[in-house]
Design a protein around this ligand. Structure first.
Ligand code: ADP
Ligand code: ZN
Ligand code: ZN
Length: 745
């Protein structure tokens, strides 16, 4: 595009973004000027010179050219927080598409709320003896919530109110009841304090073991005076409990010693009270937390503290990346493989990619950690782009469980149509008799619209894309990548069996069947229905922890986070379900889920066992998860990705087109696909095909997939579409870009 005119904003408060001003770009500036650059421009009647920032270019303006003023010149580039923010926004917009204002809204600190902020804390209002005796009484009366709060109050001087309700699962009513009876007091302050206030207590330091030491020394050894130039990317591959967090904390400590700050990212669901306490014990009140339970005002307050230099460490979900620290020295992504690191909103950025950019730009280290690294990152580590450190042993208690695979096809052949195989039935009974706990995991993601054969285990696949076909309506099967479709067959094409049907079993049904199998069994169920309220998740976990049930039944939610020392049996009911999702990550997701699920057994002193039930016992994702063999899984998965050019062997760009009228939306999608094909790029263009959920909230959805060798050519392809979308496109349709999508679109 010609850079004849530039859109300039005069400051970056969001309210101004809708009103950028157009300026003519003088010829001598045209070659060098780019988005994000600071410029001086004449403004207002008196044409006073003011500093502004370029947020975009255009080749024409909707007013007489004479009325357009000219940019006076480049302003000196500084390193103001404002410019750093703009540069980051410009990066996001260039890399992921969308408008500049969407990019800026993503990176700007949350807006200040006008009202004065207040915070509520709970602290003890009675002596230690009185509290302990109240605790005993609450335990006798089985008042679990009350007991949990009393335990916390005995341990901590002050506890933030929101933590009590969200993390401890104690209702507001219970709190006020305890306040009335004189056990507690609720304090309201106007000043922010830390979620946890610690007394004189000091942490017990562990001595790092050899593998931990090697990682810490290796990473710090690449830095000069606390700065990383050149080699700065690391992957720590270590099972849960192998001591990754200790490594992170040692690194953070060193970074802080050099006057720099640390960003510690976690998937929100993995944020536990224990982890936070460890960070507070180590770094005191210079740690802060961002999570979805905070109000906009509280989030804003965290940003202000970061700008003012009051904190050194921020812990939070992917958005914590944008904390306006003056000088970040380390960014850590724990559980790096989690899909929550990818944004669902435009710009659909991946926290790892943004962290790579930020770390390179700021001379910082980027440390990723996982027990089951994503295929992308592990491949990068094999190429030496990430330095790999392994932690192979559990640092604390517990050992890996014994795993058995049950072939559900054999169960069917033997006349067992129950959802529990014979071995799992036996073990469930055994645990019940011994008074130990079990977890039943129904591998079921929100989406299960595919056909698979109950007799031979095969799922129907697209002949071109090697992914499972999805049901559309009741009688058509379709591929979401290329649009290939076929009518629903009556019998299995591989073995001729008529048992070819979508899998439909919910957690509720599992609970029902379990009660038939084991009369008197006490169950807890965790799924989308039982966790619809905010505290429900924590409450169910706490109640299971307290031994109020023999079996916890749930979807993927139960495999994350929390340790249950009394769980000695894990049953995976249908390992295949996630294998048959219609996208190229289904094998990886299955391996991760199964590995995590199996790892839930045997976290305490007792030996654990796990049973994986499946129609496809030979699939490598099932096999390798059962033997906890990450390397073996990675090799096979990489073979598949390479053969099909899926990431990281190749890259994918999904272009999603939404619109209210099916025909017009499809027409527009076809126009974009044709433009892609015409572009002369070496990328392959598939579709448009209807989206997995073709119609959402009255909008029709079509997806074009572009497959390319590298991300750069896909970015170029995206940029080449700019003239056809956004303001240039006058229809009601809109377009979103998603690079290497993590979910079926
Ligand atoms: P991860 O983050 O990999 O799950 P953690 O760092 O949480 O592992 O460590 C698991 C447990 O082992 C924690 O209770 C931790 O205090 C303990 N631990 C970690 N490293 C050591 C060590 N070197 N010596 C003793 N205990 C350790
Ligand atoms: Zn079959
Ligand atoms: Zn296909």
């Amino acid at each position: 595009m010609e850079k004849s005119y530039a859109d300039v904003i005069l400051d970056i408060r969001i309210s101004q973004l809708d009103r950028p001003f157009s300026y003519r770009v003088p010829a001598h500036l045209q070659p060098e000027l780019s988005v994000g650059d600071p410029v001086t421009v004449p403004f207002g009647k008196g044409n006073t010179l003011r500093k502004g920032f370029v947020i975009g270019f255009r080749d024409s303006v909707n007013m007489p050219p004479d009325a357009v003023k000219e940019i006076a010149g480049l302003a000196p580039k500084g390193v103001s927080a404002e410019e750093k923010t703009l540069e980051l926004a410009a990066f996001l917009r260039r890399r992921y598409g969308g408008t500049f204002s969407q990019a800026l809204k993503t990176v700007l600190p949350a807006k200040a709320s006008v009202e004065k902020l207040t915070f509520r804390y709970i602290r003890a209002n009675a002596s230690r003896e009185e509290l302990i005796s109240a605790l005993g009484e609450a335990q006798r009366k089985k008042q679990r919530a009350k007991a949990r709060l009393l335990e916390a109050v005995l341990e901590e001087e002050e506890i933030p109110y929101t933590w009590v309700t969200s993390k401890l699962g104690v209702s507001g009513q219970t709190v006020s009841g305890m306040e009335r009876s004189g056990l507690l007091q609720v304090i309201t302050t106007r000043e922010y304090r830390n979620p946890v206030h610690l007394g004189e207590e000091t942490e017990v330091r562990v001595t790092l073991n050899e593998q931990q030491r090697k990682a810490v020394d290796g990473i710090l050894g690449d830095a000069t005076e606390g700065r990383w130039e050149g080699r700065n990317r690391y992957l720590i591959h270590g099972v849960t409990g192998s001591g990754k967090t200790e490594v992170y904390m040692a690194l953070i400590e060193e970074v802080i010693r050099h006057g720099r700050q640390a960003v510690f990212l976690i998937p929100e669901i993995a944020l536990t009270y224990q982890t936070l306490l460890r960070f507070y014990r180590r770094f005191g009140n210079r740690v802060s937390v961002l999570h979805s339970g905070l109000s906009a005002g509280e989030k804003y307050d965290q940003c202000q503290r970061a700008i003012a230099g009051e904190i050194d460490v921020i812990i939070g979900p992917r958005s914590a990346l944008f904390t306006p620290f003056p000088n970040v020295g380390i960014i850590i992504l724990d559980e790096e493989h989690e899909s929550s690191y990818k944004s669902e909103n435009v710009p659909k950025y991946h926290a790892r990619e943004v962290a790579e950019y930020l770390a390179d730009a700021g001379g910082a280290a980027l440390v990723l950690g996982s027990a089951t690294p994503s295929v992308e990152v592990y491949a990068a580590a094999c190429k030496g782009e990430y330095q790999l450190y392994r932690l192979t042993d559990r640092a604390g208690a517990g050992s890996l469980p014994r795993v058995e695979i049950t072939d559900l096809r054999e169960e069917l052949a033997a006349g067992n149509r129950s959802i529990f195989g014979r071995r799992l039935q036996e073990l469930l009974r055994d645990r019940m008799d011994r008074g130990e706990q079990s977890m039943l995991f129904l591998n079921r993601r929100g989406y299960a619209g595919f056909l698979s054969c109950r007799a031979c285990g095969e799922a129907l696949k697209c002949p071109h894309c090697d992914v499972t076909l999805s049901l559309h309506g009741t009688n058509m099967l379709q591929c979401h990548y290329c649009g290939y479709s076929m009518p629903r067959p009556k019998a299995c094409p591989s073995c001729g069996s008529p048992y070819l049907m979508p899998f439909r079993a919910g957690t509720e049904q599992v609970e029902e069947k379990l009660k038939e199998l084991l009369p008197g069994v006490r169950t807890l169920r965790m799924d989308r229905d039982t966790t619809s309220t905010k505290d429900a998740y924590e409450k169910i976990l706490a109640s299971f922890m307290n031994g109020e049930a023999d079996v916890l039944i749930g979807t993927q939610m139960i495999v994350k986070g929390h340790d249950f020392p009394r769980v000695t049996l894990v049953g995976v009911l249908a390992a295949d379900l996630s294998l048959s999702e219609g996208d190229y990550r289904s094998g990886e997701r299955t391996f991760q889920l199964l590995t995590q699920a199996v790892g839930r057994a045997g976290r305490g002193e007792l030996m654990g066992e796990a049973v994986i039930q499946t129609y496809r016992p030979d699939h490598y994702a099932v096999q390798m998860a059962a033997s906890q063999d990450y390397e073996g899984f990675f090799r096979q998965e990489m073979d598949y990705r390479s053969m099909m050019d899926y990431p990281p062997a190749g890259h994918l760009l999904a272009i999603q087109v939404y619109g209210p009228n099916e025909k017009q939306t499809l027409g527009y999608a076809e126009e974009l696909a044709a433009a892609c094909r015409r572009s002369g790029s070496t990328c392959r263009v598939l579709g448009p095909a209807p989206g997995a959920l073709a119609r959402v909230r009255d909008l029709f959805r079509f997806v074009i997939y572009v497959k390319g060798k590298d991300t750069a050519s896909l970015i170029a392809m995206r940029e080449s579409l700019d003239p056809l979308i956004g303001p240039a496109h006058r229809g009601p349709e809109f377009v979103q870009f998603d690079f290497d999508p993590v979910n079926i679109l």
